[in-house]
Ligand binder design. Structure first.
Ligand code: 5AD
Length: 359
């Protein structure tokens, strides 16, 4: 097969995607990234939108085998940011013209939490004159909860499926975690009216390149609006982290697969928003820049208060844990400059795919 021919096709087949994800030659891989960047330019422009992320609590009822803040990890100091601090961070986000923010935390489904988030959403809307866009990343919830939060002002929701292969999903989660429930949530979120984002971890033990291609194809089938995906990075205090291979070669492999997945998602889904995730930077000092160059158009600068960052480590080597929001801002500005994209301030940066979907 001829690489140029595949890259110039209007519609890629599964075989094409598999061919691309298996590319070995560095020059050919660079051609893939370059093409994906062109498709990004054509469909979503050379523009980067920011979502300031506030990781406001690491208290979690789930026990995912890969995640550093799983409930069984007793070495984590658990925290809840105070409401006042969350609102200060939101205000910082608004004042610094980030346009939108993400609220993320460990997963809690209790009523107290539902109500807390609901009133928090209203307060954030209020302090930003209704201007800040709000994305939630708060795990699996009932449809009623999704509705409540939507009414209170959230308009986007991120819920990674982690892998679309149910068998693999069951290998990386305890038995009481349900793949089907997560699929149900993604469906409910769409019905409620959210822009829906999902994604997978890349380079999981037992995950094949074909599995990853299937993930991308499933995203299209599900007609999703946004993708946040990144390489799996080990955390030694987790069951998976204790047994996963973590050589330099393996980390490089996961990193390269992460970039290839961004490129494939851009080529195959075209007009969706794709985040260049922080996990990329955990494995490579310029990981996020390379993500933008491979087709991503969203960055999620961490604006979590400095005091809490070290306690919100889902994986090891998470960058920026000693920085505050101002430092992250100037650091990212320089990073985006090296790519040549334009940072779009004061805008929600909705997924063009979603705009077409609701017409
Ligand atoms: N490596 C990479 N990503 C991880 N996440 C959790 N733990 C890890 C890890 N060890 C991701 C999951 C989750 C998101 C919030 O963080 O995909 O959905």
């Amino acid at each position: 097969m001829d690489l140029e021919k595949i890259l110039n096709k209007k519609e890629l087949t599964k075989e094409d995607l598999i061919y691309l994800i298996k590319l070995k030659d560095k020059e050919e891989i660079n051609k893939l990234y370059k093409k994906a960047y062109k498709v990004k330019e054509k469909n979503v422009a050379k523009k980067v939108y920011y979502r300031g992320i506030i990781e406001f609590s690491n208290i979690c009822t789930k026990d995912c085998y890969y995640c550093g803040i799983r409930k069984s990890n007793t070495n984590v100091h658990r925290f809840n940011m105070e409401e006042k601090e969350i609102l200060e961070s939101a205000k910082w986000c608004y004042d610094n013209r980030y346009g939108s923010l993400v609220l993320q935390s460990g997963e809690r489904m209790d009523e107290e939490n539902t109500e807390y988030v609901e009133q928090l959403l209203r307060k954030i809307k209020k302090i930003s004159n209704n201007k800040l866009g709000i994305t939630l990343s708060l795990g699996e919830q009932s449809k009623e909860t999704f509705e409540k939060w939507f009414k209170a002002g959230a308009h986007r929701y991120l819920l990674r499926i982690e892998t679309t292969k149910e068998k693999l999903y069951n290998e990386i989660h305890p038995q009481d975690h349900s793949f089907q429930n997560r699929v149900r949530c993604l469906k409910d979120l769409k019905e409620v009216g959210y822009q829906v984002g999902t994604g997978v971890m890349i380079g999981l033990p037992n995950q094949t390149e074909e599995d990853l291609v299937n993930d991308i194809m499933r995203f299209k089938e599900w007609d999703i609006d946004m993708i946040g995906m990144g390489p799996y990075v080990i955390h030694t205090e987790t069951p998976m982290g204790k047994i996963a291979v973590n050589t330099k070669e393996e980390k490089n492999r996961r990193f390269e697969l992460g970039l290839k997945m961004i490129a494939l998602a851009r080529l195959y889904l075209k007009d969706i928003n794709i985040a260049s995730t922080t996990a990329l930077q955990a494995l490579n000092p310029i990981g996020r820049e390379l993500g933008l160059k491979a087709g991503a158009n969203i960055l999620m600068p961490v604006i979590t208060h400095k005091n809490y960052r070290k306690d919100y480590q889902l994986y090891e080597d998470k960058p920026c844990i000693d920085d505050d929001a101002d430092e992250c801002k100037s650091c990212l500005l320089n990073r985006v400059k090296t790519v040549g994209d334009e940072i779009m301030y004061d805008q929600w940066g909705d997924s063009p795919h979603w705009e077409k979907r609701i017409k």
